[in-house]
Design a protein around this ligand. Structure first.
Ligand code: ATP
Length: 336
């Protein structure tokens, strides 16, 4: 009987449970045995696992997090880690390993592959949406929805106090969340890797100050800056200090943080996770190896893991342009 191992790795993302559920159901359909390893790659190194059947995945798809738990596993980046993981897979006579995670997790899959003959399949599970080969990753839609609702609430208090707010959103080193959320909330400013050079923030700071001052002259109620994490040197607190020191602008800081990773997955993520989970088991049945299963232009696609890891996945240029156009039009209108 074909035996599939499954684990979730790296930052958890809403929809991982839906993907696990789909994989377990599909394994039962194909009459494959499915076992889940716990705590990311740690489960392979510590041999912590359980067999997964229908009952284990009932009533889970509506919850964020992951029933298999997730974790970082630094030992995988040492020469012995992947060898040990491969030994565990051999010990259990596993035919295929499916990992739901981000690019780091896919590096782990490739490292294991160097010591193991079985099939390795990746599913894109990260809120950051930074994996090439899939238009969206599992968890991204929920993170955008959560951050949008949070900023809508911040907007209420910002309006009431006529305040400038700096809201930091997640995304690691890409601006998918920043641009989607910034546009969805009508943020007055979006500062992200795509439109701001972290080694030379002076032009952005000057533009931001000018924009806030123009807005204040026209009695607008509030001003929301969506800031991508890991962008601004010193983070949002440093930006707040610079606004105060260079232009006397008072602002409030809100770091949305881990609430973006949690919560009930949005329907888009449940559906994407279900489709990709089913396709992952089909890929095992079709003897595919070292591929990531993604969805592009409404089609399920397989791309080499190496491509998913190394190819750039830029923010859609239309979003960056749309924000820039809105800003330019606003400045022209209010300078008249
Ligand atoms: P996210 O970006 O959403 O947090 P991720 O999968 O990129 O997800 P990482 O922390 O980068 O998260 O990686 C998850 C795990 O993958 C690491 O803790 C480690 O066990 C393994 N891993 C990462 N990079 C490598 C590598 N170069 N070689 C082997 N294993 C790796």
């Amino acid at each position: 009987m074909t035996k599939i191992a499954l684990l979730t790795s790296g930052g958890d993302a809403p929809g991982m449970n839906a993907a696990i559920r789909a994989i377990v159901h599909s394994c039962q359909h194909h009459q494959y045995e499915c076992i889940g390893f716990f705590h990311g790659y740690n489960g392979l190194l510590n041999d912590k696992w359980q067999t997964l059947i229908h009952q284990d995945v009932s009533n889970v798809l509506q919850f964020g997090g992951t029933l298999l738990k997730s974790a970082r596993c630094p030992a995988m980046c040492t020469p012995d880690g992947p060898k040990q993981a491969a030994n565990t897979l051999r010990k259990h006579q596993i035919d295929a390993l499916i990992v739901i995670g981000g690019d780091g997790s896919f590096h782990g899959l490739e490292a294991i592959k160097a010591h193991w003959q079985g099939q390795v399949i990746g599913l894109p599970g990260t809120i950051d949406n930074d994996l090439a080969g899939s238009d969206n990753t599992i968890g991204f839609a929920t993170a955008v929805t959560t951050a949008t609702h949070a900023i809508d609430k911040i907007r209420d208090t910002a309006n009431a106090f006529e305040r400038v707010f700096i809201v930091e959103v997640m995304g690691r080193h890409s601006g998918h969340i920043a641009f989607n959320v910034g546009l969805a909330t009508g943020a007055e400013a979006i500062l992200s890797f795509e439109n701001c050079d972290p080694t030379n923030t002076a032009p952005q700071l000057a533009q931001l100050i000018a924009q806030i001052q123009i807005q204040k002259q026209h009695n607008h109620e509030s001003f929301v800056i969506v800031l991508a994490e890991n962008l601004w040197p010193g983070g949002p607190e440093a930006l707040k200090t610079q606004l105060a020191e260079q232009a006397g602008i008072d602002s409030a800081v809100c770091v949305l943080g881990h609430i973006q990773r949690g919560g009930s997955p949005a329907p888009e993520d449940r559906l994407l996770a279900t489709e990709l989970g089913l396709a992952a088991v089909n890929a095992v049945a079709s003897h595919r190896d070292q591929v990531m299963i993604g969805k592009q232009g409404n089609q399920i696609q397989e791309v080499p893991l190496s491509y998913a890891i190394s190819a750039a996945k830029p923010v859609d240029g239309r979003w960056v342009e749309a924000h820039s156009d809105i800003l330019t039009e606003y400045l022209i209108k209010h300078r008249e």
